[in-house]
Design a protein around this ligand. Structure first.
Ligand SMILES: Nc1ncnc2c1ncn2[C@@H]1O[C@H](COP(=O)(O)OP(=O)(O)OP(=O)(O)O)[C@@H](O)[C@H]1O
Ligand SMILES: [Mg+2]
Length: 262
């Protein structure tokens, strides 16, 4: 474990540019997300509610950007898809999508809001469940039976559930959630992810018996992106992981649930 690793996560004071996928996005960017979407369609085999957790080893590698844009890419494909911001410490998906962060999943978990009332239906076709009120005990909430019930209920209605999480080496939230999802995608940003940090991440996820579906390489200089005169200084690559998971971590083992009652 790196001695220089930060144990707390900080927000930058400088306002950063956000990259939201749209039909106006550069061709290379659209193609990269389509490729990621296609690979995930082939990598997940559940009959319903394929839950894909997006994480990384370090902070700021592009998890939320990937999760939001992947959600939009599935919506563009007319899939029934919902994005859940399960980064209950520093949620950014709502601001990236320019919608409200409350009510959200934490408010549903503690019974303030019903699940149906908390879901926002966006013009892109993407449904979004924000993080909601920042709780004092995020890890506990994410590992709760209530969280499992919410995913059960959503899996009856959605073909794809994309879950954004905090980085694995900083807090245990993603590893806890990894136990109850179909699979995990690890975002690795060039110049940020190290062999050490990725190894630590894989080790922590293997303790959760997580199925690692693959990696997204973010922030990689790409000739094609330059060719299309993109203002995006990055491209996405995707690599499959060949890692088995025990049947205990299968999303298919969830009991059915009534969406309306949650
Ligand atoms: N490839 C990229 N090139 C340039 N900027 C990027 C790239 N990917 C993400 N960003 C920008 O980097 C910042 C961090 O990205 P993002 O919020 O997606 O990371 P994150 O991994 O979710 O961070 P955190 O760990 O804080 O949740 C954002 O301002 C985003 O727009
Ligand atoms: Mg994030």
């Amino acid at each position: 474990m790196s001695k220089t690793k930060k144990t707390t996560r900080q927000t930058g004071s400088r306002r950063k540019q956000q990259f939201l996928l749209s039909e106006d996005s550069p061709f290379a960017v659209q193609e990269a997300y389509k490729l990621l979407r296609t690979n995930l369609i082939f990598s997940t085999t559940e009959d319903k509610g394929k839950t894909v957790l997006i994480t990384s080893s370090m902070q700021g590698e592009g998890k939320s950007t990937t999760a939001v844009n992947l959600g939009i890419a599935f919506a563009q494909n007319h899939s029934r898809v919902i994005l859940i911001d399960c980064d209950l410490r520093l949620p950014t998906d709502a601001s990236k999508l320019k919608v409200k962060n409350q009510p959200g999943i934490t408010d549903v978990m503690i019974g303030i809001n019903k699940l149906t009332d908390a879901i926002q239906h966006l013009p892109t076709g993407l449904d979004f469940l924000a993080a909601g009120t920042i709780p004092p005990n995020p890890t506990e909430l994410l590992g709760s039976e209530r969280m499992r019930q919410i995913l059960d209920a959503l899996s009856n209605h959605y073909e794809y559930i994309i879950i954004d999480t905090p980085p694995v080496t900083t807090v245990s939230d993603a590893a806890i959630l990894a136990k109850i999802v179909s699979g995990v995608v690890i975002v690795c940003k060039q110049g940020v992810a190290t062999q050490e940090s990725v190894s630590e991440t894989l080790q922590k996820l293997s303790f959760s018996e997580a199925k690692v579906l693959g990696f997204v390489f973010n922030g990689v200089a790409n000739e094609k992106v330059t060719k299309y005169k993109s203002h995006y200084s990055y491209s996405y690559g995707y690599a499959h992981a060949h890692q088995n998971r025990s049947s205990s971590s299968s999303g298919g083992s969830r009991s059915s649930n009534d969406f309306e009652t949650i």
